[in-house]
Design a protein around this ligand. Structure first.
Ligand code: PMP
Length: 378
């Protein structure tokens, strides 16, 4: 048996399901046949299709966690943060330029950026690969996507392409903060970048609702992003927006009402699960002698008030020998990861999801622990 969709590296966050099962009716929503029928939510908002309850819940969640500045900032809702990435590219470019603007990100970068950037062959922008390599060339306008903590390798990042007045380089930044939540990493500051986006998929685990949101400083950029969402999908599911609002409120109510009462608070609960998985994975990898994992320094987390070690959503497994690790792992233990090559990196790296269901993760570890050596002709 090849196993499993979770391990094709997609990072489907199904490990959070048991938490929401435990929450029982707190997360349940009943919707009548006449609710949320209109395209419109509020014509006075830049984002006319955004439900006020959703916007309110997003702002409350960020104030509770302290991971992003929301006061005085514009919120734009999207069908997943995938749509907001494209909306941001659209908003940062303008028609009529001689050349499409280069889009870069430091390797290893999220494997979907190249495809999402180029699949429509836009005349506005085009994928230009590794930000480090672009820096060396030192020419042309660009957009840099900063994904922190980074998918696939879990590192904390800052923009790498320097502004060079001599070269007339005009850099614009997009911050993809899908994993800047306490279960994955220490919250070291409320971030306050020009364009930041987050996703319901990785924060609470509800990838199927297809909800993302951007926090934007500049009103005109926010308007252009909302315009993109309007043109591509004429808004975002209101049912999903309400579901997201409801579950964000469940999390925030937890922090407001039951911190002292020994409740199972979402982020602490998930942080413990991630810590346990990482500890078990590290044990197996250390015993193997042929694989290694990145080490992450502890950092002070303003949210928990403790020094925390990061527990990324993906394991960035490295083989000590220069082999095609994806092929080797698939052949040896029938586990499908995603090769480092897809992230602008090397074949001896493999990205594996840490967010699968318990039984899938257990099986994966069991199988990984059976690999003792690299056999010839793997
Ligand atoms: N950015 C990063 C870094 C991701 O890993 C993902 C999901 N794998 C996304 C964006 C897209 O998430 P979604 O469209 O579900 O919000």
């Amino acid at each position: 048996m090849m196993f499993n969709e979770d391990f094709d590296g997609r990072g489907d966050p199904t490990m959070f399901e048991p938490y929401w099962k435990k929450m029982g009716d707190k997360g349940t929503m009943v919707i009548s046949g006449s609710q949320w029928m209109s395209y419109v939510s509020d014509f006075t908002n830049i984002c006319f299709f955004m439900e006020p309850e959703f916007e309110g819940a997003v702002r409350r969640l960020h104030r509770t966690v302290g991971n992003a500045v929301v006061d005085g900032r514009h919120i734009v809702v999207g069908t997943g943060s995938t749509q907001l990435y494209q909306a941001a590219l659209y908003a940062l470019t303008s028609p009529g330029g001689a050349e499409p603007i280069s889009v870069v990100s430091a390797a290893p970068y999220y494997s979907s950026y190249p495809d999402e950037t180029d699949y429509l062959r836009s005349g506005l922008y085009r994928w230009a690969g590794d930000a480090y390599a672009f820096d060396k060339k030192g020419h042309g306008d660009y957009i840099e996507v900063v994904n922190t903590p980074n998918n696939p390798d879990g590192t904390n990042r800052k923009a790498v392409v320097k502004h060079r007045p001599d070269d007339q380089v005009q850099g614009k930044l997009i911050h993809d903060l899908a994993y800047y939540w306490p279960q994955y990493t220490a919250i070291t500051a409320p971030l306050d970048e020009d364009i930041m986006y987050f996703t319901f998929s990785k924060s609470t685990g509800h990838a199927g609702s297809r909800i993302g949101w951007a926090i934007v400083k500049d009103k005109e950029i926010a308007k252009k992003m909302a315009k993109f969402v309007e043109l591509s999908t004429l808004g975002v599911s209101k049912v999903s927006q309400h579901r997201a609002a409801k579950l964000m409120e469940v999390i925030c109510d937890g922090y407001q009402n039951c911190k002292a009462k020994n409740c199972e608070l979402f982020f602490e609960h998930c942080q413990n699960l991630m810590a346990q998985r990482w500890e078990r994975l590290r044990e197996v990898v250390e015993r193997s002698e042929i694989f290694s994992l990145p080490k992450y320094p502890k950092e002070y987390c303003l949210f928990s008030g403790e020094f925390n070690e990061p527990h990324p959503a993906f394991a960035w497994l490295k083989c000590k020998e220069d082999i095609d690790l994806e092929k080797f792992i698939r052949g040896c233990i029938k586990v499908q990861g995603r090769t480092g090559r897809k992230f602008g990196s090397d074949q001896k790296y493999l990205r594996l999801s840490m967010l699968s269901k318990d039984e899938v993760f257990d099986q994966f570890l069991e199988r990984l622990s059976t690999i003792k050596a690299i056999s010839n002709g793997y």
